[in-house]
Write a protein that binds this ligand. Structure first.
Ligand code: C2O
Ligand code: CU
Length: 508
């Protein structure tokens, strides 16, 4: 069965639905937008329709956090309680919303639960959800209704201490509709800072740039297409034809001939990117999903799947007066559906003449693994406490399955105990690669098919590729908050089509 839009990773041919302005747009013309930064202890964000000038001519209608795509970047010091009130000002037809802070460690009721069936969403095509669940059982009491609002409280604390600094993001998480909601623009970045990270001699200020990569398809009126109907597993991966970085079509950015810290996030529905620089320079990876890694790693290319983040240091010193493209290409490893990376340029850096002094450097050691992870590493051979098996099934309508089931908000599959470290395995019994994301915790990858992790996965993460036929083993430590949290594939269509489950952290 051909994967729609899965393609071979190359630029898909421009079909009839796209013409005029979007097709005429010139790469590297737009300036890279840097989303505005909000850093107050209490932030108000309206969720509303807005228009953006992405291509020449007609503006594009979007659903936004705060009027822009990406939404404002929220930047807060670790350990300081942060409240964000989201006001649902989209048309009533949008139904309920839910906001998830991806990478956060928060109370279950502020985690952005998907919820269940409601008046505006009376049935689910892909998930078997029992009828008559109370609003508490289904999590509907945690959703934001049209015209309503909800205040999420984020403590930025983990295990009694300020959380580790990390590059996170927030996005919609509503049952069955996460894919279309995010496609329309509901995503924003979030940076947690801490003293340790700030004490390192790394580039900062305007030389610390967050980059949100998204792919989208537009019609001849410059409007986002609606590719979501008629999608069915296992051929339900949507790939957009146009690359947006921070909401702009293949933009450019002027940089000095010195070091930069790039925080790169892939918010695409399905596409992965195998990042490299056009001048052959290497990137030094210093961070992953969960902040700084134990040590920096020099890399020529970096594969990044939906939901994943990498932080890299790029030194433009040798490229003075030149242009350098951030590109994506094929990767040398396995290229199954789901992991065929985009081929082409994403954006361009224009390196200015002159070389201002650069006092930054990359320390040899960054942040050590926490003790629980180091300990789990020593006991890597242990039997997993829980296994999550991904398959595809069904007869008239196929769905993605975890342990033979689709998502049911009232049911948890695993019950880890507060204060303990567990080992979980994910097994992919499908022919499509998936990117599994576990809410609430950071995890340490113990092995892939029994082999120890490559250096760039020898760190804390919460979003992991699982290739067809592969088995990964990860360890996580449960602290602070009892309650339910979801685990799912971060390919949004897969998540909406059954590839989501739940665990409940319980008190001993
Ligand atoms: Cu960014 Cu549940 O996901
Ligand atoms: Cu998937």
């Amino acid at each position: 069965m051909p994967l729609r839009g899965g393609g071979d990773g190359s630029l898909l041919p421009l079909l009839g639905e796209e013409a005029s302005e979007a097709a005429a747009a010139v790469p590297f013309q737009a300036r890279l937008p840097i989303p505005r930064v909000l850093s107050d202890a209490h932030i108000e964000i309206p969720i509303r329709e807005a228009e953006a000038q992405i291509f020449p001519g007609r503006k594009t209608k979007l659903w936004t956090y705060g009027g822009s795509f990406p939404g404002p970047t929220i930047r807060r010091p670790a350990g300081q309680r942060t409240k964000v009130t989201f006001h649902h000002e989209l048309p009533a037809s949008a139904g309920e919303l839910s906001v998830h802070l991806h990478g956060g460690h928060n109370r279950s009721r502020f985690d952005g639960q998907p919820g269940g069936l409601t008046k505006s969403q009376p049935l689910s095509y892909f998930c078997r959800i029992p009828r008559g669940l109370s609003s508490r059982e289904s999590g509907n009491d945690l959703l934001i209704s049209p015209g309503g609002r909800k205040t999420y409280a984020y403590d930025l604390v983990e295990d009694g201490r300020p959380e580790r600094a990390a590059f996170q993001w927030y996005h919609d998480h509503r049952l069955d509709r996460t894919a279309p909601h995010s496609w329309r623009g509901l995503a924003g970045m979030w940076i947690v800072d801490d003293e340790f990270d700030a004490s390192l001699p790394l580039p900062s200020g305007k030389r610390d740039i967050p980059l949100m990569i998204a792919d989208r398809t537009f019609d001849r009126r410059n409007q986002l297409t609606d590719p979501f109907s008629g999608q069915q597993p296992p051929a339900d991966g949507i790939a957009g034809r146009r690359i947006l970085v921070n909401g702009a079509y293949m933009p450019h950015h002027e940089v000095d001939a010195r070091r930069y810290r790039l925080r790169i996030l892939n918010v695409s529905q399905f596409r992965s990117y195998n990042l490299h620089l056009s001048n052959g320079a290497s990137m030094v990876q210093i961070g992953s999903d969960s902040g700084l890694m134990p040590k920096p790693i020099r890399r020529q290319q970096i594969l990044i799947g939906p939901g994943e983040r990498v932080e890299v240091i790029v030194d433009f010193a040798a490229a003075m007066g030149e242009t350098v493209e951030l590109r994506s290409g094929r990767h040398g490893g396995r290229n199954p559906a789901g992991a065929r990376s985009y081929v082409g340029a994403l954006m361009q850096f224009r390196v200015c003449l002159g070389r201002p002094p650069d006092r930054t450097r990359i320390p040899r050691r960054l942040r050590p693994l926490p003790t629980w992870a180091a300990e789990a590493k020593r006991r890597a051979g242990r039997k997993p406490d829980h296994s999550w098996e991904i398959s595809v099934g069904g007869f008239f309508r196929t769905t993605w399955l975890i342990n033979g089931r689709t998502f049911n908000p009232a049911r948890a599959e695993a019950f880890p105990v507060l204060g303990t470290t567990e080992t979980w395995e994910f097994v992919n019994r499908t022919s499509v690669a998936h990117v599994m994301h576990i809410h609430h915790n950071d995890w340490y990858l113990l092995s892939r098919d029994g082999k120890p992790p490559p250096p760039w996965e020898d760190c804390l993460k919460e979003t992991f590729f699982v290739f067809p036929g592969e088995r990964i083993l990860i360890a996580g430590h449960f602290v602070d908050h009892p309650g339910k949290f979801v685990v799912h594939c971060h390919m949004f269509d897969h998540e909406d089509h059954g590839l989501m489950s739940q665990f409940e952290v319980v008190k001993r």
